[in-house]
Design a protein around this ligand. Structure first.
Ligand code: MG
Length: 381
């Protein structure tokens, strides 16, 4: 029986994780859960999984939940609640499905306890990749990617040696605006941007898919996870999202991992690695897949992808500035404050205005994140 702490349990990855726990009742126990503010959903989860401790980020909502469930379950709140629950040595695997930089500190606590981290929060590696990778080595903690592309690469690399990798090929669906012109980006609506063709996900990541910043963040994530130069990380558009990513080896041979697009498979692999469970929840029928196509991404149209490679080159806190600026820009777009086409403009503005610091410690990461958000807040309020 593996004990799971699922942070971000009311989001799409969190719910998929719990669906797997429901399916494998004799294999997984849920010892902790968290939400930002969706306490109705969390209350249902507590009842179903008999969870003894949870975190509600919003303090008012935390008080409301306490009133509802009484002493059956401990309700913690705020960022300090997330830290507290991650520090408890009562779980085997931390599933981190939080959105944004909030995932960083709890992940570090789990690393220090030498836990397995099933990492769905890509921002953790984007803002503090070097720090996290070094801490994992120091504490011998396992970092297993949940992001479908990185899970695919991780699976392709089982049994392979680092020196035999020629390049990683990350596939991208291209999002809802693959066939729109740059000119049309001026007028796209929030509703259009939220309508992803293949994946059902939270709103932040869905907008990131529309700008292709999601792929940019994934390039940075891959850079830290697999420790390869950025020239060896390639992005290719594959609109069907069946091939989740590939690895080309030095002899020219290529391995790929394929399945219907469903996050339950990469989540399950991160929980069971190096084992595989018997599972029939996600099936792939090649007779029903008409074609698999691949083509080069348009870097001029999807500027965010280009910016991500630039940020890797600059290094230090540049990816942290990029991430904070992107989170802010996406939030402003979803609130109707800026146009879709302004998202990359804001990110470039932040990268130009804030000098990247080479030193990357936790304090520096949080300060840079704060400075970037403040800069953009002042520009728009
Ligand atoms: Mg992905």
């Amino acid at each position: 029986m593996k004990k799971l702490l699922v942070l971000g349990s009311t989001g799409s990855i969190g719910k998929s994780t719990l669906e797997l726990a429901r399916n494998f009742k004799d294999k997984f126990e849920i010892v902790g859960l968290s939400t930002n503010c969706s306490i109705d959903e969390l209350e249902k989860q507590i009842k179903e999984f008999k969870t003894k401790a949870v975190v509600v980020k919003d303090k008012l909502q935390a008080e409301e939940l306490k009133k509802r469930i009484g002493s059956k379950c401990e309700v913690l709140s705020g960022d300090e609640g997330l830290l507290d629950i991650a520090k408890r040595d009562n779980y085997d695997i931390l599933v981190t499905a939080l959105v944004g930089i909030a995932g960083l500190s709890p992940t570090i606590e789990a690393i220090k306890l030498k836990k397995r981290i099933a990492l769905a929060n890509k921002e953790t590696l984007v803002v503090a990749g070097e720090l996290i990778v070094n801490l994992c080595k120091e504490y011998e903690a396992e970092l297993i990617p949940v992001d479908s592309e990185h899970s695919a690469i991780f699976q392709c690399l089982v049994g392979e040696e680092q020196k035999h990798i020629n390049k990683l090929i990350l596939t991208a669906s291209g999002g809802p605006f693959l066939n729109k012109s740059m000119h049309e980006f001026e007028t796209v609506t929030i509703k259009e941007a939220l309508n992803h063709p293949n994946w059902k996900m939270g709103s932040k990541i869905t907008i990131d898919s529309a700008t292709m910043m999601n792929k940019g963040l994934e390039v940075i994530e891959a850079f830290w996870l697999f420790q390869l130069p950025k020239e060896k990380i390639e992005v290719i558009v594959h609109p069907q999202s069946i091939v989740h990513s590939m690895v080309e080896f030095t002899d020219g041979s290529i391995k790929a991992q394929l399945s219907s697009p469903d996050m339950k498979l990469p989540i399950l692999y991160a929980l069971t690695y190096p084992q595989r469970f018997n599972y029939t929840g996600v099936l792939t029928d090649f007779k029903k897949i008409a074609q698999l196509t691949f083509f080069e991404p348009d870097f001029d149209k999807f500027v965010c992808l280009k910016i991500a490679y630039m940020a890797i080159k600059t290094g230090g806190t540049a990816p942290c500035i990029l991430n904070a600026a992107n989170e802010t820009a996406v939030d402003y777009f979803l609130k109707g404050k800026i146009k879709f086409s302004q998202i990359p403009e804001l990110i470039l503005f932040a990268l130009d205005s804030i000098p990247a610091d080479k030193v990357l410690d936790l304090e520096n990461v949080f300060q840079t994140d704060f400075n970037t958000r403040e800069l953009l807040y002042k520009k728009f309020n």
